[in-house]
Design a binder for this molecule. Sequence first.
Ligand SMILES: Nc1ncnc2c1ncn2[C@@H]1O[C@H](COP(=O)(O)OP(=O)(O)OP(=O)(O)O)[C@@H](O)[C@H]1O
Length: 251
Amino acid sequence: MLKLENLKKSFGGVAATRDVTLDFANGSLSAIIGPNGAGKTTLFNLITGRFPPDSGRILLAGENIAGLSQRRIVRLGIGRAFQVASLFPTLTVAEALAAAAQAHQHRETVLRSPFPIAATTRQGEEIMELLGLTRVAGILSRNLSHGDQKLLDIGLALALEPKVLLLDEPTAGMGPEERWRMIETVQRLWRARGMTLIFIEHDMDIVFKVAQTVRVLSYGAVLAEGTPDEVRTNSKVIEAYLGKSAHGAAA
Ligand SMILES: Nc1ncnc2c1ncn2[C@@H]1O[C@H](COP(=O)(O)OP(=O)(O)OP(=O)(O)O)[C@@H](O)[C@H]1O
């Protein structure tokens, strides 16, 4: 579904992405891990077109999307949960989702009516159900808890009907219990939608329990990849990244 071939990106003298080649199978659930500054977010920025790569290819279902605009890449089916819930402070959760669905269906035309049509309202309801947001459907986005704001961010990305969804640290800033609830929700939506889902995560317990495959970045390059068991026991990973806490401690 998504293939990265020899991707490179430098910022000034810093090589943030150094010859990264990775293959994400259709419908897979993958984690990207690595120490701070390893280039995880840069990889997402390249995939979503925030920055063009210096060289290399990004193949989505065989088509090279490297260097295309962010808008075009979204339309081709790559979604990313951004911190955007805060952009709709005066809309309720239900309104924000229906508006996003409507805007997507009208291909970015400006919303002219505050009253979304039935189909997009229904689409918003489905997303709320999937993410467990129905209980806060009528709450203004600005009044949501941190966890619900993050869920709404994911919901807004889902409204654009992505084939590949990128989540950059979906559990950041959450306590242990809330983290597990969030990651269960992520797993549920991945199963329900059958999409290719890639998440960046620092909590190793979550990564090793949830991901089908794990990619480890270090200094902008792929240090290791494989199943959670393969990565957990990889000597390079243990040495460079996990240290002695290879069996579960957070990064
Ligand atoms: N827009 C930018 N301009 C300049 N340098 C950048 C930019 N984006 C990333 N970098 C640099 O590229 C390197 C990789 O950063 P990146 O944010 O991708 O790492 P990361 O693995 O996501 O880190 P973290 O876990 O801390 O979020 C860092 O040295 C960072 O300072």
